[in-house]
Ligand binder design. Structure first.
Ligand code: CA
Length: 226
């Protein structure tokens, strides 16, 4: 889960980054509304933690503007302003949840997970394939009910295969679906990702179709994964 934290207070921010990282989340931290805007343009995030009192702009105004520009990820606001009015304002501005300072980091992590589950439940069909369940929204992969840790590229590769069940995809098609256009690509990178995916999900997850490309293996092929 990729989290954007927008908080100007060094002490609070470093606590959040350390706490969420320890929970296995990937965290980017910015200290101003301008930096948050810039970050949202260059990277994809699953959830945003937003402090309301930012040095260059009011957090609520930033949120309202981002929502009006189509930002869809869940946003949790952090606020020291403990009043009903502020909470209502926050929710009206497009926040999904809020936490009052001071807060417990474990509570913050738990709230973020809940937000993502809620969002996932709202919009997504789980993709099932034998013992494998993939959630395109949270990018969570389960094998026999156990969570499997996949890199971003591996997730993208798996998703491309699952969404093209029964179809053979060429190396070029797979590369397009797992890399942005701007990425430099090493010639064997696709093979490396396929190798990792097979190691994690079982050899049969990806079938090589000689001379043509690859396709999703049969649904019962995940049995030999460790
Ligand atoms: Ca602040």
């Amino acid at each position: 889960m990729h989290v954007l934290v927008c908080e100007d207070d060094e002490l609070i921010a470093s606590g959040i980054v350390a706490g969420l990282s320890a929970q296995g989340l990937t965290v980017e931290r910015v200290g101003t509304a301008a930096a948050a805007r810039a970050m949202l343009k260059v990277a994809e995030f699953d959830v945003m933690v937003l402090d309301l009192g930012l040095p260059d702009e009011d957090g609520l105004k930033l949120l309202q503007q981002l929502r009006s520009q189509g930002l869809e990820i869940p946003v949790l606001i952090l606020t020291a302003r403990d009043s009903v009015t502020n909470r209502v304002d926050g929710l009206q501005a497009g926040a999904d949840d809020y936490l009052l300072k001071p807060f417990d980091l474990r509570e913050l992590a738990a709230r973020l997970h809940t937000l993502l589950r809620r969002v996932a439940g709202r919009s997504v069909n789980l993709i099932e394939h034998g013992r494998l369940t993939y959630n395109p929204s949270s990018r969570e992969t389960l094998l026999g009910g156990e969570s499997v840790d996949l890199s971003r590229r591996e997730q993208a590769l798996l998703q491309a295969l699952l969404q093209n069940r029964g179809r053979v995809l060429s190396s070029e098609q797979l590369k397009d679906s797992i890399y942005g256009l701007s990425d430099e690509l090493e010639s064997n990178a696709l093979n490396v990702h396929i190798h990792h995916l097979r190691r994690k999900l079982g050899n049969g997850i990806v079938e090589t179709v000689r001379g043509l490309g690859y396709r999703l293996g049969p649904a019962d092929a995940g049995e030999d994964a460790s």
